[in-house]
Design a protein around this ligand. Sequence first.
Ligand code: ARG
Length: 459
Amino acid sequence: MSTNKMWGGRFSRGPDAIMEDINTSIDFDKRLAEQDLAGSLAHAAMLGAAGIIESADAEKIRTGLETIKAELAAGTFPFRRSFEDIHLNVEARLAELIGDAAGRLHTARSRNDQVATDFRLWVRDACARADLMLKALQSALLAQAETHAETIMPGYTHMQPAQPVTFGHHCLAYVEMLERDRSRFRDAGKRLNESPLGAAALAGTPYKIDRAMTAKALGFDGPMRNSLDAVSARDFALEYLSACAIAATHLSRLAEEIVLWASPAYGFIKLSDAFSTGSSIMPQKRNPDAAELVRAKVGRILGAFVGLLTVVKGLALAYAKDLQEDKEPVFAAHDALELSLAAMAGMFGDLTVDAPAMRRAAEKGYPTATDLADWVVTNLKKPFREAHHIAGAAVARAESLNLSLEKLPLSELKSVEPGITDAIYKVLSLEASVNARTSFGGTAPLRVREQIAFWKERL
Ligand code: ARG
């Protein structure tokens, strides 16, 4: 076994095969290749400009890195496990391409600040993509909200019919949630946007480097102020993962509703053929597999968050190889979240709503009982608690006669409360109930349309 070309100076033999297995990260950190090249290009240009290396060498390094970029794009770049990680793979390839000048690239830098830089760049892009994909799902929800601003469905608390709402209002609740998810990703993207490059191994470097120059070249707001923090901080990844976990939790709630609504017991929606699956044994089935999988993906996404928190917990400063375990959870959560977002936007984009079925369901469970109580408060000047009791008695009458409140004869209502007049029927219909909820943020179609206009402008 030969010793390692990169750091084998004091070694007389190479690593054990198991050592290589546990140590290598190229199988997953190859996903940082683009960011690694960007970091190296910025670093080499700075070394040349600052006179730390000859500008001819800086130029050779630049062309070599450009060749590697092309090889990566063409899929011909040789990823080799013997070179451990993406940083050493790039440097080794650079040496094959340009010879000795390659050895000057690592001046005034360490893999510790290099990997921190690469990973920040990667997570920054991921935050921006999450924002865009959440926006696409918001748009799909908004389109359904617009079609169904007046479509009545049961509103539930405790999964019991509570008060009628509109499907548009329900869709917009998710648009709001997703907006907060977007702002979490944007915040994370802003907060992480400082450059670790130039922190070197942990303590900074004696070379007269220009950290502001590399930071600017990489689109960072500026260099990180503390070299120890720069190489060991991973809260940017944790923040990204926590935003992923919260967004995935929101998606799981919507997914659960899709599963319920698509079941024949509800029959509120029909997923398109493109987003339904059949059963290998039961020919009648249309399964909402994608929604179920989105509902489940939160497991691995939250697991990734907890996993990385646990890796970082109790880790003394500065860099330790533990931190190499930061990438897989982030990549895993990222992949699961993006797939979930794409699937949800797809499903919501072309599902159809069975408005009559929603209405029939909304008629069950006396959902205008609160309206009856409110009428008694307003017209008979009763305290709400007493009105609540009267409405409850009316529901009991209606239930024993197997009638809706709307169909309950006036004589029955009068037997409960003699003061009730037939004016009360104006508030007992589902439409009246929904239309009456005009408070800001309420479900009245008038208010829902205002919110739709707000979101159309905003998205
Ligand atoms: N592959 C390593 C990682 O992902 C790069 C940094 C290695 N640094 C070191 N001192 N061994 O963390």
